[in-house]
Design a protein. Structure first.
Length: 147
């Protein structure tokens, strides 16, 4: 899972929550939207595909430096090869307009950052189950064959 989060405390809390939830997932952190774009395009310093594999899910904060989450969503809309990437917004913004905008730009889900570690653990479990579904489903690039 690629996690776009610029706050070091939130990163640490996410790591703790996934560990506490027992969700075995590799979390790769980037700190701004430009790094998301660089990572997904295998640009430096993310050019080694062996150590920077394509993620099943992007967990995207909206308020980040350089390129914010909305700009990342807009950019993703214009990247046909990245259309299979599932994006879940993970934000402290609890406004219907932000949720509507994120969904219109292609976010699958919009999660509001929990206020406690216990709530974050529940969210981590849910994301773990969502990841399992994503990884078992055929991608948009793979044809489904019915016999």
């Amino acid at each position: 899972m690629l996690v776009a989060e610029d706050n070091a405390d939130d990163r640490l809390l996410l790591e703790c929550a996934f560990a506490k939830a027992g969700v075995d997932v590799a979390l790769t952190f980037v700190s701004d939207g430009q790094q998301v774009q660089d990572y997904l395009q295998n640009q430096p310093p993310f050019e080694d595909p062996a150590s920077h594999q394509f993620p099943s899910l992007l967990l995207l904060d909206l308020h980040m430096p350089k390129v914010d989450g909305f700009e990342v969503l807009e950019w993703l809309r214009h990247q046909p090869k990245l259309g299979i990437l599932a994006v879940v917004v993970y934000s402290g913004i609890d406004q219907r307009s932000a949720m509507t905008r994120a969904r219109a730009l292609g976010a699958r889900h919009y999660l509001i950052k929990p206020q406690s570690l216990d709530q974050l653990v529940v969210m981590a479990r849910s994301l773990g189950m969502f990841l399992q579904v994503l990884e078992r489903s055929p991608s948009a690039a793979e044809p489904v064959v019915c016999r």
